[in-house]
Design a protein around this ligand. Structure first.
Ligand code: E4P
Length: 218
Protein backbone atom coordinates (compact mmCIF):
# COMPACT_ATOMS: atom_id res chain seq x y z
CA UNK A 1 0.00 0.00 0.00
CA UNK A 2 1.30 3.42 -0.95
CA UNK A 3 1.57 6.15 1.66
CA UNK A 4 0.46 9.68 0.81
CA UNK A 5 0.77 12.51 3.29
CA UNK A 6 -2.54 14.31 3.94
CA UNK A 7 -1.21 17.84 4.41
CA UNK A 8 -0.24 21.09 2.73
CA UNK A 9 2.59 21.66 5.23
CA UNK A 10 5.90 21.71 3.34
CA UNK A 11 8.05 20.86 6.39
CA UNK A 12 5.98 17.76 7.17
CA UNK A 13 6.25 16.61 3.55
CA UNK A 14 10.03 17.13 3.56
CA UNK A 15 10.39 15.01 6.71
CA UNK A 16 8.30 12.12 5.32
CA UNK A 17 10.32 12.28 2.09
CA UNK A 18 13.58 12.07 4.09
CA UNK A 19 12.22 8.99 5.90
CA UNK A 20 11.84 7.33 2.49
CA UNK A 21 8.16 6.53 3.00
CA UNK A 22 6.46 9.20 0.89
CA UNK A 23 4.63 8.10 -2.27
CA UNK A 24 2.49 11.21 -2.80
CA UNK A 25 0.47 13.99 -1.16
CA UNK A 26 -3.19 14.97 -0.88
CA UNK A 27 -4.32 18.49 -0.12
CA UNK A 28 -7.80 19.92 0.32
CA UNK A 29 -9.18 23.41 1.02
CA UNK A 30 -9.20 22.81 4.80
CA UNK A 31 -5.56 21.65 4.82
CA UNK A 32 -4.61 24.61 2.61
CA UNK A 33 -6.42 27.00 4.99
CA UNK A 34 -4.11 25.80 7.81
CA UNK A 35 -0.96 26.97 5.97
CA UNK A 36 -2.30 29.90 3.86
CA UNK A 37 -0.31 31.70 1.14
CA UNK A 38 -0.64 30.90 -2.56
CA UNK A 39 -2.20 27.48 -3.26
CA UNK A 40 -0.41 27.33 -6.63
CA UNK A 41 2.97 28.08 -5.03
CA UNK A 42 2.41 25.43 -2.34
CA UNK A 43 1.46 22.84 -4.95
CA UNK A 44 4.55 23.68 -7.01
CA UNK A 45 6.76 23.27 -3.93
CA UNK A 46 5.16 19.93 -3.02
CA UNK A 47 5.63 18.65 -6.57
CA UNK A 48 9.34 19.43 -6.30
CA UNK A 49 9.63 17.33 -3.13
CA UNK A 50 7.77 14.28 -4.45
CA UNK A 51 7.40 12.91 -7.96
CA UNK A 52 4.35 10.94 -6.75
CA UNK A 53 0.75 12.10 -7.29
CA UNK A 54 -0.13 15.42 -5.64
CA UNK A 55 -3.88 16.08 -5.33
CA UNK A 56 -5.13 19.63 -5.89
CA UNK A 57 -8.83 20.16 -5.16
CA UNK A 58 -11.23 22.18 -7.29
CA UNK A 59 -13.72 24.53 -5.63
CA UNK A 60 -16.12 25.19 -8.53
CA UNK A 61 -19.35 23.23 -8.47
CA UNK A 62 -20.17 23.49 -12.19
CA UNK A 63 -18.47 21.40 -14.87
CA UNK A 64 -16.85 24.27 -16.79
CA UNK A 65 -15.57 25.83 -13.58
CA UNK A 66 -14.07 22.50 -12.45
CA UNK A 67 -12.45 22.04 -15.86
CA UNK A 68 -10.94 25.53 -15.79
CA UNK A 69 -9.51 25.07 -12.29
CA UNK A 70 -8.30 21.53 -12.98
CA UNK A 71 -6.58 22.42 -16.26
CA UNK A 72 -4.85 25.27 -14.43
CA UNK A 73 -3.61 22.91 -11.66
CA UNK A 74 -2.48 20.33 -14.23
CA UNK A 75 -0.12 22.91 -15.75
CA UNK A 76 1.70 23.40 -12.43
CA UNK A 77 3.51 20.03 -12.63
CA UNK A 78 3.13 16.69 -14.43
CA UNK A 79 2.37 14.84 -11.17
CA UNK A 80 -0.66 16.96 -10.25
CA UNK A 81 -3.89 14.98 -9.85
CA UNK A 82 -7.09 17.03 -9.91
CA UNK A 83 -9.31 16.32 -6.92
CA UNK A 84 -13.00 16.48 -7.80
CA UNK A 85 -15.85 16.01 -5.31
CA UNK A 86 -18.36 13.23 -5.91
CA UNK A 87 -21.45 14.79 -7.52
CA UNK A 88 -23.32 14.74 -10.83
CA UNK A 89 -21.20 17.60 -12.16
CA UNK A 90 -18.11 16.05 -10.57
CA UNK A 91 -18.62 12.82 -12.53
CA UNK A 92 -18.97 14.76 -15.77
CA UNK A 93 -15.80 16.73 -15.03
CA UNK A 94 -13.90 13.51 -14.17
CA UNK A 95 -14.99 12.00 -17.48
CA UNK A 96 -13.91 15.12 -19.40
CA UNK A 97 -10.56 15.23 -17.58
CA UNK A 98 -10.01 11.55 -18.47
CA UNK A 99 -10.62 12.36 -22.15
CA UNK A 100 -7.97 15.09 -21.87
CA UNK A 101 -5.47 12.77 -20.16
CA UNK A 102 -5.67 14.65 -16.83
CA UNK A 103 -5.65 12.34 -13.82
CA UNK A 104 -8.30 12.78 -11.13
CA UNK A 105 -8.96 11.82 -7.53
CA UNK A 106 -12.67 11.57 -6.75
CA UNK A 107 -13.08 12.86 -3.20
CA UNK A 108 -15.89 12.83 -0.62
CA UNK A 109 -16.82 9.22 -1.41
CA UNK A 110 -18.95 7.66 1.32
CA UNK A 111 -20.50 4.62 -0.37
CA UNK A 112 -19.32 1.75 -2.55
CA UNK A 113 -21.68 2.77 -5.37
CA UNK A 114 -20.28 6.31 -5.38
CA UNK A 115 -16.78 4.84 -5.69
CA UNK A 116 -17.93 2.51 -8.47
CA UNK A 117 -19.37 5.44 -10.46
CA UNK A 118 -16.20 7.50 -9.93
CA UNK A 119 -14.13 4.64 -11.34
CA UNK A 120 -16.50 4.20 -14.29
CA UNK A 121 -16.22 7.92 -15.07
CA UNK A 122 -12.43 7.54 -15.22
CA UNK A 123 -11.03 8.66 -11.85
CA UNK A 124 -7.54 7.27 -11.30
CA UNK A 125 -7.98 7.55 -7.52
CA UNK A 126 -11.21 7.00 -5.57
CA UNK A 127 -11.20 8.37 -2.01
CA UNK A 128 -13.63 6.91 0.55
CA UNK A 129 -13.55 8.91 3.82
CA UNK A 130 -13.10 6.32 6.56
CA UNK A 131 -12.98 8.60 9.62
CA UNK A 132 -16.01 10.70 8.70
CA UNK A 133 -18.07 7.50 8.25
CA UNK A 134 -16.86 6.16 11.61
CA UNK A 135 -17.90 9.52 13.10
CA UNK A 136 -21.53 8.85 12.14
CA UNK A 137 -21.43 5.31 13.51
CA UNK A 138 -20.86 3.57 10.16
CA UNK A 139 -17.87 1.31 9.54
CA UNK A 140 -15.83 3.29 7.00
CA UNK A 141 -13.54 0.36 6.36
CA UNK A 142 -16.40 -1.59 4.73
CA UNK A 143 -16.37 0.84 1.78
CA UNK A 144 -12.60 0.38 1.40
CA UNK A 145 -12.91 -3.42 1.46
CA UNK A 146 -15.86 -3.54 -0.95
CA UNK A 147 -14.26 -1.19 -3.49
CA UNK A 148 -10.91 -2.99 -3.34
CA UNK A 149 -12.71 -6.29 -3.94
CA UNK A 150 -14.91 -4.88 -6.70
CA UNK A 151 -11.97 -3.29 -8.55
CA UNK A 152 -10.04 -6.58 -8.33
CA UNK A 153 -12.99 -8.74 -9.51
CA UNK A 154 -13.74 -6.48 -12.48
CA UNK A 155 -10.13 -5.53 -13.21
CA UNK A 156 -10.95 -1.84 -12.78
CA UNK A 157 -7.79 0.23 -13.04
CA UNK A 158 -8.74 2.94 -10.50
CA UNK A 159 -7.02 2.81 -7.12
CA UNK A 160 -8.76 2.88 -3.76
CA UNK A 161 -7.33 5.66 -1.61
CA UNK A 162 -8.28 5.41 2.07
CA UNK A 163 -8.85 9.01 3.20
CA UNK A 164 -9.94 10.65 6.45
CA UNK A 165 -7.54 8.43 8.39
CA UNK A 166 -7.81 9.25 12.10
CA UNK A 167 -5.49 6.79 13.86
CA UNK A 168 -2.68 4.27 13.19
CA UNK A 169 -5.13 1.33 13.39
CA UNK A 170 -6.99 2.77 10.38
CA UNK A 171 -3.75 2.46 8.37
CA UNK A 172 -3.29 -1.22 9.23
CA UNK A 173 -6.96 -1.96 8.59
CA UNK A 174 -6.92 -0.10 5.25
CA UNK A 175 -3.87 -2.07 4.07
CA UNK A 176 -5.48 -5.38 5.09
CA UNK A 177 -8.78 -4.36 3.44
CA UNK A 178 -6.91 -3.98 0.14
CA UNK A 179 -6.57 -0.19 -0.17
CA UNK A 180 -3.98 0.72 -2.78
CA UNK A 181 -3.14 3.97 -1.00
CA UNK A 182 -3.73 5.55 2.41
CA UNK A 183 -3.41 9.28 2.86
CA UNK A 184 -2.17 9.93 6.36
CA UNK A 185 -1.90 13.08 8.52
CA UNK A 186 1.71 13.67 9.65
CA UNK A 187 0.85 13.23 13.34
CA UNK A 188 -0.45 9.73 12.63
CA UNK A 189 2.62 8.89 10.55
CA UNK A 190 4.73 9.84 13.59
CA UNK A 191 2.54 7.69 15.84
CA UNK A 192 3.17 4.77 13.48
CA UNK A 193 6.94 5.14 13.98
CA UNK A 194 6.82 4.96 17.75
CA UNK A 195 6.17 2.17 20.23
CA UNK A 196 6.76 2.55 23.99
CA UNK A 197 8.91 -0.60 24.05
CA UNK A 198 11.01 0.65 21.11
CA UNK A 199 11.61 4.00 22.79
CA UNK A 200 12.37 2.30 26.12
CA UNK A 201 14.70 -0.18 24.37
CA UNK A 202 16.70 2.61 22.71
CA UNK A 203 17.24 4.34 26.09
CA UNK A 204 18.28 1.04 27.74
CA UNK A 205 20.73 0.08 24.95
CA UNK A 206 22.34 3.53 25.21
CA UNK A 207 22.62 3.21 28.98
CA UNK A 208 24.16 -0.29 28.78
CA UNK A 209 26.57 0.83 26.04
CA UNK A 210 27.75 3.83 28.08
CA UNK A 211 28.18 1.60 31.15
CA UNK A 212 30.20 -0.98 29.16
CA UNK A 213 32.46 1.75 27.71
CA UNK A 214 33.00 3.18 31.18
CA UNK A 215 34.00 -0.24 32.52
CA UNK A 216 36.30 -0.92 29.53
CA UNK A 217 38.13 2.35 30.17
CA UNK A 218 38.91 1.41 33.81
C1 E4P B 1 -7.93 13.64 1.70
O1 E4P B 1 -7.91 13.41 0.51
C2 E4P B 1 -9.15 14.06 2.41
O2 E4P B 1 -9.56 15.31 2.01
C3 E4P B 1 -8.88 14.02 3.91
O3 E4P B 1 -8.29 12.77 4.21
C4 E4P B 1 -10.10 14.28 4.76
O4 E4P B 1 -9.77 14.07 6.10
P1 E4P B 1 -10.71 14.57 7.31
O5 E4P B 1 -11.98 13.82 7.29
O6 E4P B 1 -9.89 14.26 8.55
O7 E4P B 1 -10.90 16.05 7.11
Amino acid sequence: MKIFLDTADIEEIKIAARWGVLDGVTTNPSLYAKVGGSYDAILAQICKITSGPVSAEVIAEDVEGMLTEGRHFAKIAPNIVVKVPMSETGLEAISRFADEGIKTNCTLVFSTNQGFLAAKAGASLVSPFVGRLDDINQDGMIVIRELAEMFAIHEIQSEVLAASIRNPLHVTQAALAGAHVATIPFKILQQMVHHPLTDKGIVQFRKDWDEARKNAAK
